[in-house]
Design a protein around this ligand. Structure first.
Ligand code: SAM
Length: 244
């Protein structure tokens, strides 16, 4: 395919300067659909292997301008930054930060900010620049010790019961797990929702009325109903502001 580079088996990346970026194309006898702006994949995103996810996230790392201000990624990161300010946690865990944790180390102040990724290269990169960085799910955190867990642009990938059980274990009784979900089919979302409930957390899914990306939702999970209601109100408040 002209203008497309095969990043690895099952993943193509296109040249963003090409104005004719299609939604999909056929190659290697499979239909490839657009994913994360400039990538194309031929399976549902939650079926990508960890090697494919690594290749995609590493290429994004080389092209930081793809997450420029005004991009969908930057807008959603802004939402989660504002959630962190609004919730004022003492202990914050970010799952799947890649090499761009939401907060700078200098921004965390007295907050204990822990990052955890499944990709060892991202874990090492973050540790090297001063983050408390761990491989997920192998975290040295006590039960009931975390106030807020966030995962930004992570739940479109495979996410296991073991990971949700670990989040549920680490969250304190008033703690909240907030994430965004997109691209998954209804069936895949329903399966993930059942896994969240199985981990012992309740869940509220709030559709993004600004439709930043395909079937975009914010999810908020935890055990305290009042906290979940407050989280839901936070996300709904965003849409009210953006429609003014
Ligand atoms: C698209 S990047 C998002 C990076 C950053 N959160 C952002 O929005 O700019 C996804 C990151 O999630 C990690 N990841 C993918 N699946 C994961 C999982 N099941 N658990 C934890 N991290 C995961 C990847 O290794 C990658 O670093």
């Amino acid at each position: 395919m002209e203008g497309f580079e095969k990043l690895c088996d099952g993943v193509y990346v296109c040249d963003p300067s090409d104005q004719q970026i299609p939604d999909s194309f056929v190659a290697d006898e499979a239909v490839y659909t657009s994913f994360m702006d400039y990538f194309y994949i031929c399976v549902p995103s939650e079926e990508l292997t960890s090697e494919q996810v690594h290749e995609i996230c590493s290429r994004r790392r080389l092209n930081r301008e793809w997450a420029q201000p005004g991009s969908v990624n930057s807008t959603v990161r802004g939402v989660f930054k504002s959630l962190v300010r609004h919730s004022a946690p003492s202990v914050l865990l970010e799952i799947g930060p890649g090499d761009s944790p939401l907060l700078l180390t200098s921004e965390s102040g007295t907050l204990r900010y822990i990052t955890a990724d499944t990709d060892p290269s991202m874990v090492a990169a973050n540790a090297a620049i001063g983050y408390e960085s761990h491989e997920f799910v192998d975290l040295p955190l006590n039960a009931n010790s975390v106030d807020l867990v966030i995962a930004v642009f992570v739940l479109q990938f495979r996410f296991d019961q073991e990971e949700l059980d670990e989040i549920s274990r680490m969250l304190n009784d008033r703690g909240v797990f907030a994430a965004n979900v997109y691209r998954r089919s209804k069936e895949s979302r329903d399966r993930l929702k059942s896994m969240v409930l199985k981990s012992g957390m309740q869940l509220r899914a709030i559709g993004d009325s600004s439709e930043l990306c395909r079937d975009h939702e914010y999810w908020i999970a935890g055990r305290d109903d009042l906290r979940l209601a407050a989280g839901e109100e936070f996300f709904r408040g965003l849409f009210k502001k953006s429609s003014l």
